[in-house]
Design a protein around this ligand. Structure first.
Ligand code: NAD
Length: 473
């Protein structure tokens, strides 16, 4: 059920008042909320799995692994590490500035708005919230209307575990989100597509609100022809099959040396048969497409391809099922290269050289992830230095999201701002600089007060004469 629009400003005001009250300041209080969040995920996991089965047809193992388990583990670890993260820092400064006690306080940004999408609705709602809680922010969660059972469940379970004066769920679609976006927030954290991101960014700009945009796009795979093609196929197919390809870091298309294309396809077929011996159409281990609209969108992209369908997945629109489908000889201008596929369709683009693959990637928007299969250090370094992407992963797909210490972020069209554990904490934290000038410093400061003597001018402008070392180039 949608949150009544008239209550939305009141919810924001109440959260702001709570923030000002100082309730969220004590570290122990934040740790308690983080543990409560972990308890919620653990205790209510059956309801969460049922909701995501109903909304998305998501396999239970995928939900427990990539959504529930992740939230529990990251909430608990964040609580444990928080005392260290939240410590004020004292940067190393010149001796003469030491008495000023230069300090970096970790200040919560304030009241945050977290807008999440349908594809991984649990982790993408609570991962930002974990950082917001840890930082001491109050927050509204706005889950996706495309997962109505799950969103309704959040409305019921979140207040049972988290303090409702501090964290609130607002449910609804465009009207409700638009109302939220009219209001001033201290940080907006949006995960979703680039079209809506532009609406969010415009709304944030009106209030100069800092923003994190976690977006998607087409994440390419480059395969070095010397790499083990069989292993590459197995790892790419696995990454593509998670959530039926509906994940922002899904391998979107593959660039492979022309003479290795058929070997790659054979290997895809072999691994597909071993993952899903009876096909994926009815497999409980393979997810469904999120909505009728997305099913139609993906099958329409497929129907217009000029490539050759070599592994033809069956489709059942009524059940929103679509099996993995592989298309070879896809080239510039093809329907499968128009937009992020966000489904279990994998186009293969044959190339004649590594340089051609790199040029192909560089001719498009910066991807969220660039996957490279190669054992050759020179190839790896060449791709690192000649391309741009949010992340770069060698010799695997999808697995990078399991590393708690690596920031998750896009660049350019794939978004900006960082998340995961300490990086999410930092996102919701302001580094508040401070000095505390001792009374005794007055004799040393006398020089700054006008009128300035010739000697004072020389001392105050001494930095102008800083010696500049000669460059080595
Ligand atoms: P979605 O349709 O659920 O929308 C996301 C949120 O935007 C929802 O809460 C929705 O209510 C809100 N919204 C929709 N239209 C709006 C409007 N006109 N004004 C204001 N708010 C509006 O999800 P989606 O966008 O289809 O999500 C899939 C996309 O997200 C893909 O592009 C995927 O790559 C990307 N994604 C990125 C990440 C990441 O971490 N980088 C993770 C998951 C998904």
């Amino acid at each position: 059920m949608a949150t009544p629009i008239s209550t939305i400003p009141k919810i924001r005001d109440a959260l702001r008042a709570t923030f000002r009250s100082g309730l969220t300041r004590p570290i122990a209080w934040r740790q308690h909320q983080l543990y409560q969040l972990a308890r919620m995920a653990q205790n209510e996991r059956e309801l969460i799995c049922d909701a995501l089965k109903k909304d998305l047809g998501k396999p239970k193992t995928e939900v427990l692994m990539a959504e529930v388990g992740c939230v529990i583990e990251r909430a608990v670890k964040s609580a444990e590490q928080l005392p260290v993260w939240a410590k004020a820092e004292y940067p190393e400064v010149a001796d003469w500035q030491k008495p000023w006690k230069p300090t970096l306080y970790k200040a919560p940004r304030g009241t945050a708005l977290i807008i999440s999408p349908w594809n991984y609705p649990m982790i993408l709602t609570f991962q930002p919230l974990i950082g917001a809680i840890a930082a001491g922010c109050t927050a509204v969660l706005k889950p996706s209307e495309l997962v109505p059972t799950f969103s309704q469940l959040l409305d019921e379970i979140v207040p049972k575990y988290l303090d409702p004066n501090v964290y609130r769920v607002v449910n609804g679609a465009v009207p409700e989100t638009s109302k939220l976006l009219e209001l001033q927030w201290d940080h907006i954290f949006y995960t979703g597509n680039g079209r809506v991101a532009r609406i969010i960014a415009s709304a944030a700009a009106k209030h100069l609100t800092p923003l994190t945009l976690e977006l998607g796009g087409k994440s390419p795979v480059i395969i070095d022809s010397a790499y083990d093609i069989d292993l590459a196929a197995k790892r790419i197919l696995w990454g593509k099959c998670n959530n039926a390809g509906q994940i922002c870091v899904a391998p979107d298309y593959v660039l492979v040396q022309r003479d290795k294309q058929d070997e790659l396809i054979k290997a895809f077929q072999k691994h597909y048969d071993s993952f899903f011996p009876n096909g994926a159409l009815d497999s409980p281990l393979f997810g469904s497409i999120g909505s009728d609209l997305h099913h139609k969108r993906i099958t329409s992209l497929l129907s217009r391809t000029k490539g050759e369908v070599v592994l033809k997945g069956r489709s059942d629109a009524a059940r929103r099922r679509l099996e993995p489908t592989i298309v070879k000889n896809v080239s510039e201008g093809d329907s499968l290269l128009e937009e992020e596929i966000f489904g279990p369709v994998l186009p293969i683009v044959p190339v004649d050289s590594l340089k051609q693959a790199v040029d192909f990637v560089n001719a498009r928007s910066h991807p969220l992830v660039l996957y490279v299969f190669s054992d050759n250090e020179n190839v790896k370094q060449q791709v690192v230095s000649e391309t741009q992407s949010g992340g770069i992963v060698f010799n695997d797909t999808f697995q990078q999201v399991a590393v708690h210490e690596l920031p998750f972020a896009g660049v350019g069209e794939s978004g900006y701002g960082y998340q995961v554990m300490k990086h999410t904490y930092d996102t919701f934290t302001q580094l508040r600089s401070s000095i505390d000038m001792p009374r005794e410093a007055e004799p040393y400061l006398a020089i700054r007060y006008p009128p300035h003597s010739e000697e004072a001018v020389q001392a105050l402008t001494a930095a102008v004469h800083t010696p500049i070392p000669s460059s080595r180039l």
